[in-house]
Ligand binder design. Structure first.
Ligand code: PHE
Length: 451
């Protein structure tokens, strides 16, 4: 995305399909494939999934629409958009930039794990079904003082090179091919996983809500995950929406993106959790879940090395379309506000973000004894303060902006292109944005923080 051309005209998405794929490309990433299954595994399975879906429906969709319309109306980056609609809330745009900075610092480490797995698949190191050995391979990788940092640097370098080049048409074109390919791939994998002997228990775990296994913490985890997964609360949808033209159909896009994103998360859950039970892994083991379970699934498939490679390649690309959007938020801010040139801004930011990520990597190994916040190390702390604190604050403030400062009438005029496209849920959306969403965020946030 290049912002404005020499005549001051803003760049536009090539097509509706392209826009939806690119926005879904930012949304669908490690959050869906890596984080969602392990959070579901940790927070009681079905109850978490149900809570997640309810939050997507009542909070996620409304906020995607809200952010997108802020972007479309102002045609500005997140911070500029906030400033234009309400000077008092300019800081929210700044908080979004900080959030993107921190998320990317640990995201690139996980991206590095994916690159390492891509290579391991090719060398055949993962072609085993011994569950303990697979667990050890993951443990050795993430706790190594150097290896994940080097792979993380490679991941960051690739992100940086794409962003320096100006994403231009690239992001849209790439997303149009990759997103459908990713879907086909996780559908194949979930079919393999649910048909494994012993998979039924996992299906039940994932789909049957057992609320005795569920806690207040689980609700906050679901809320934070909705924000993380939909790229909400930090102005990404504002930025992407700012490249929409006057006549774009916001209501339609704001339904498609959460639906695709949720589908990707559920499919990833279906690909991973039944296999976890079939192979006797521990569902609550945390961040290693995808990395230890899926190689076991591949080893049970014909042409497993081939499928394994394709899968990790797609995970890598999905992570990349998200990491690009994260870096882009920081770069746009520095270019617009500090007047740096794009190349310098991108390099310096990428290096700074990467350096901040190093402690996150070390906290899985040599620094695992260091706790910096609520008993958590760097990696978990970065994730916690962004997903569970900063993103909900950003989401809450966007409701205040739309519902109370800019006004839902103005927003609705923009959503419906001054009444030219029908939007059946106009009243429901206004009510959600003004009351339900901010109150729900505040309640979940306060009860679980003080619990
Ligand atoms: N939504 C992305 C994912 O699920 C991560 C992300 C979060 C991207 C916040 C941008 C902003 O992987």
């Amino acid at each position: 995305m290049g912002s404005n051309d020499l005549n001051g005209n803003r760049e536009r998405w090539g097509s509706k399909f392209g826009f939806i794929m690119a926005a879904a490309g930012s949304a669908v990433g490690l959050g869906n494939l890596w984080k969602f299954p392990y959070l579901a595994g940790k927070n009681g399975g079905g109850a978490f999934v149900l809570m997640y879906i309810l939050i997507v429906i009542f909070i996620g969709i409304s906020l995607v629409m809200g952010e997108m319309v802020i972007g479309k109306a102002t045609q500005l980056n997140a911070m500029g958009a906030y400033r234009k609609l309400s000077k008092k809330l300019t800081w929210v745009g700044g908080l979004g930039v900080l959030t993107a900075f921190i998320i990317l610092s640990f995201y690139c480490i996980v991206g590095g794990w994916v690159i390492s797995y891509l290579i391991k698949t090719l060398t055949g190191a993962l072609s085993i079904s011994d569950t303990e050995a697979l667990g050890n391979i993951f443990g050795e990788l993430v706790s190594n003082p150097l290896e994940p940092i080097i792979y993380g640097a490679i991941f960051m370098l690739i992100t940086l090179l794409i962003v320096v080049a100006g994403i231009g048409e690239g992001i849209e074109k790439a997303s149009k091919i990759m997103m459908p390919a990713l879907f086909v791939m996780i559908i194949i994998l979930s079919i393999r996983s649910v048909t494994l002997p012993g998979a039924a228990e996992g299906l039940r775990f994932l789909l049957y809500p057992d609320f005795s296994q569920f806690s207040g913490e689980g609700v906050l985890a679901a809320l934070g995950q909705v924000f993380f997964s939909l790229s909400l609360g930090m102005g990404i949808m504002i930025t992407y929406g700012s490249y929409l033209s006057e006549d774009a159909n916001v209501p339609q896009a704001s339904f498609y993106i959460p639906i695709l994103d949720t589908l990707a998360a559920l499919l990833a859950g279906l690909a991973i959790l039944p296999a976890v039970f079939a192979f006797g892994f521990e569902p609550a083991q945390g961040p290693g879940l995808m990395f230890v379970t899926l190689p076991a699934v591949f080893s049970q498939m014909p042409a497993g090395v081939f499928f394994g490679f394709i899968f990790f390649a797609l995970v890598f690309l999905a992570a990349l379309t998200s990491s690009i959007s994260l870096l882009e938020v920081c770069v746009t801010y520095v270019v617009d506000e500090w007047k740096w040139n794009r190349k310098k801004a991108t390099w310096i930011l990428a290096i700074a973000i990467f350096l901040v990520g190093i402690p996150a990597s070390l906290s899985n190994g040599p620094w695992s004894h260091i706790a910096i916040f609520k008993g958590m190390g760097f990696f978990d702390t970065y994730d916690y303060i962004t997903s569970y604190i900063f993103l909900p604050i950003g989401g809450f403030m966007s409701c205040i902006l739309i519902g109370w400062l800019w006004g839902t009438d103005n927003a609705l005029a923009e959503i419906t292109n001054q009444g030219r496209i029908p939007f059946r849920y106009a009243n429901a959306w206004s009510f959600l944005i003004k009351y339900v969403v901010p109150i729900a965020i505040a309640v979940i946030f306060i009860t679980s923080i003080t619990a």
